[in-house]
Design a protein around this ligand. Structure first.
Ligand code: AMP
Ligand code: ZN
Length: 136
């Protein structure tokens, strides 16, 4: 059983902030800022792209609700709402979870975005490739 399944079953303790039939939300033990919450579907799936569109929708309904609570409760200036898909993206726990990270002006946290540049028609080619892969 994965570590988040163990949290869901109660085998491992967690500081829960929300629970319903579909999901649970609890405090991340290694927070980017204090108040960092994880929203986790109860049914085990490795990554976000393993969820159906319906499940993803249900998950983000809860993320929206809990994000509002985190922002209000901590009087945060902003939030990062993040989901990592796969080891290449930094995913370490292979049970879907969405991070809700409270952010404060000058909190000293910087995500390492870089900004590459497309050459010629590359941007259109990437758009076409992705467009033709969208199902439904
Ligand atoms: P990710 O890199 O997106 O897979 O994030 C995994 C997150 O799970 C990290 O931020 C960890 O701090 C957090 N985490 C790992 N184990 C636990 C645990 N037992 N309780 C709460 N959070 C955890
Ligand atoms: Zn699991």
């Amino acid at each position: 059983m994965c570590i988040f399944c163990k949290i869901i079953s109660g085998e491992i303790p967690s500081a829960k902030v929300y629970e319903d039939d579909f999901c649970v939300a609890f405090m991340d033990i290694g927070p980017v800022n204090k108040g960092h919450v994880l929203v986790v579907p109860k049914k085990h799936a490795e990554t976000f792209v393993d969820l159906s569109e319906e499940e993803a929708g249900e998950l983000f309904k809860r993320v929206n609700r809990i994000a509002k609570a985190v922002k209000k409760a901590l009087d945060a200036d902003g939030l990062n709402i993040i989901n990592n898909v796969g080891a290449a993206s930094g995913q370490e726990v292979f049970h879907v979870h969405v991070h809700i990270i409270p952010r404060f002006e000058n909190d000293g946290m910087k995500f390492g975005w870089r900004k590459l540049q497309y050459v010629g028609d590359e941007i259109k080619e990437y758009a076409e490739t992705i467009k033709s892969a969208i199902e439904g």
